[in-house]
Design a protein around this ligand. Structure first.
Ligand code: IDC
Length: 488
């Protein structure tokens, strides 16, 4: 029953979008590995000009409804995460309700708390993407939403003062996603997008709330990206008309507003979530970045193949359907990255129940796709539980070993390709003569317990505590290949 209802919600999306995964595969220009015509991936850069390969978590769902807006995630939790997996990235959840609790008033104490946590990450060399999170618009759209109905908090994001359901109903649902098609929630979105014509002020508030955030973090080197809106939903406007219309308009306005105070952070845009997360094509159109110099827009889609989202194991027919979905999803992500101007890609969310069969294969496959695509990854999520790296009692799940693999974190040039196993890393890149900082590579303890062998570059440093190797290529070759193996 549950599944059928959720499927019909998805199918409603796919009908409007024009026929689903099969249509996506047959009608779109293929790119990347399949078509061979796509431009090589581009990357976010750090303050030294190095290309960033970002690997980390969403932190955390627990912040969504917390009164202070903070995740249940301590500095010690971050220590544990780094020691166990060597991550360098976080998609850190923030919310409009916390930034702008009353119209035009920005809560600097809240931003202090965010900044404190950003500091924990900065001290450990992480990069941060701030994610203005929402699920089903707002806790205020759902009766009892902030406390939930026993299934955890439902609804988060917009402040109560920006939530106009116009008295339409919101009935209790078995799955949180189903609230998206409740009349009151649909109307709250319609009012936000001003397709009702009644609330032109809300988009302006949203853009200005982002400016308040960007003002705070503009000079913070750890904060590299702003994910403008988690999982956009157009209410009664679905698919391309929404994505090319009110969604692109909000992204453009918010980008322009952020650029009043911050020239350098990447602005990340995402497609309509429902349907596109499951492999359907997106109709998102180009956003112009008003900053001087190269554009700093990134594309941050999510990946939730339907069988995985509904709790299937990665085996049998569900695995086949998931594989087909990932192929279609990747082709479309690469296409949209091109539409946006050849922008970097960050997988803002993907996740899986780590207790199900096939988990290691599924997660491994997604990281492989990300590697080939040059995409960053933020796994959903670091919250304790079967989807996360740790259960409530602190026991590690299968995720820890799957994530803890060698990877180049920051490359002094443009990566062309790289691959890694437990005891080997190989990276080919085009060195950028303007970059003086070395290339930085993470090597887990298990495969690299002692000295390392490096071919194709000189070792600058090898710190066995932080597990970070830095290397510098010699000469001025257009292309360099670095190979790293354990020395013993
Ligand atoms: C989920 C949380 C769950 C919570 C729900 C609603 O895991 O505890 O009840 O949100 O707030 C997304 C969303 C992300 C979801 C996640 C997993 O962006 O907020 O978290 N997911 O369901 N999109 C697809 C999956």
């Amino acid at each position: 029953m549950r599944r059928i209802r959720f499927l019909s919600a998805i199918m409603a999306g796919s009908l409007v979008l024009g026929g689903g995964v099969a249509a996506a595969q047959s009608s779109l220009p293929l790119s990347g590995s399949q078509g061979g015509s796509a431009a090589p991936p581009s990357y976010l850069k750090d303050e030294d000009g190095r290309s960033l390969i970002l690997r980390g978590f969403n932190t955390a769902s627990s912040s969504k409804s917390a009164p202070d807006g903070m995740p249940k995630f301590t500095e010690a939790d971050l220590e544990r995460e780094y020691a166990a997996m060597g991550t360098n990235f976080v998609r850190f959840l923030i919310s409009w309700r916390s930034v702008e609790p009353a119209p035009g008033q920005y809560d600097q104490a809240y931003l202090n708390r965010v900044e404190e946590r950003v500091g924990w990450y900065a001290e450990r060399g992480y990069k941060v993407m701030l994610d203005m999170h929402q699920d089903v618009y707002s806790g205020a759209a759902i009766p009892g939403g902030d406390t939930g109905n026993g299934a955890g908090p439902i609804g988060n994001g917009a402040p109560a003062w920006a939530t106009y359901t116009d008295g339409l109903s919101v009935e209790p649902q078995d799955r949180w996603e189903l609230y998206y098609i409740q009349p009151g929630v649909m109307r709250a979105f319609d009012n936000f997008w001003n397709t009702t014509g009644k609330h032109p002020e809300l988009a302006e508030h949203y853009a200005n709330a982002w400016r308040a955030v960007a003002e705070r973090f503009a000079d913070n080197d750890a904060v590299v990206a702003y994910d403008l809106m988690n999982e956009p939903w157009g209410g009664s406007m679905i698919g391309s008309p929404f994505e090319a219309g009110p969604l692109a308009a909000l992204y453009q306005r918010t980008t322009n507003t952020i650029r009043q105070v911050d020239q350098d952070s990447w602005v990340c845009v995402a497609p309509q979530a429902i349907g596109v997360n499951q492999g359907l094509p997106s109709g998102l159109t180009k956003i112009d970045d008003p900053r001087a110099g190269e554009q700093r827009i990134a594309y941050c889609p999510h990946l939730y193949p339907l069988p995985m989202d509904l709790g299937s194991a990665y085996e049998g027919p569900a695995r086949t359907l998931t594989d087909v979905t990932i192929d279609a999803w990747r082709a479309d992500v690469e296409r949209v990255s091109g539409v946006l101007g050849g922008v970097p890609v960050i997988i803002g969310e993907f996740g899986f129940d780590t207790t199900l069969p096939g988990v290691v294969d599924y997660i491994g496959r997604v990281y492989d796709e990300a590697r080939e695509m040059g995409a960053g990854v933020a796994y959903w999520s670091s919250d304790p539980g079967p989807w996360g790296p740790y259960l409530e009692d602190g026991t590690s799940t299968a995720l820890v070993g799957t994530v803890n693999k060698p990877y180049p974190r920051a490359v002094a040039g443009t990566p062309v390709e790289w691959s890694a196993s437990d005891t080997n890393l190989q990276l080919t890149f085009r060195p950028d003569p303007a970059v003086t900082a070395p290339t930085e590579i993470y090597l887990p303890q298990q495969g690299f317990p002692g000295a390392v062998n490096v071919e194709g570059a000189d070792i600058v440093s090898w710190d066995r505590d932080s597990r970070l190797l830095t290397v510098r290529t010699v000469g001025d070759a257009a292309s360099a290949t670095v190979k790293v193996t354990p020395a013993n």
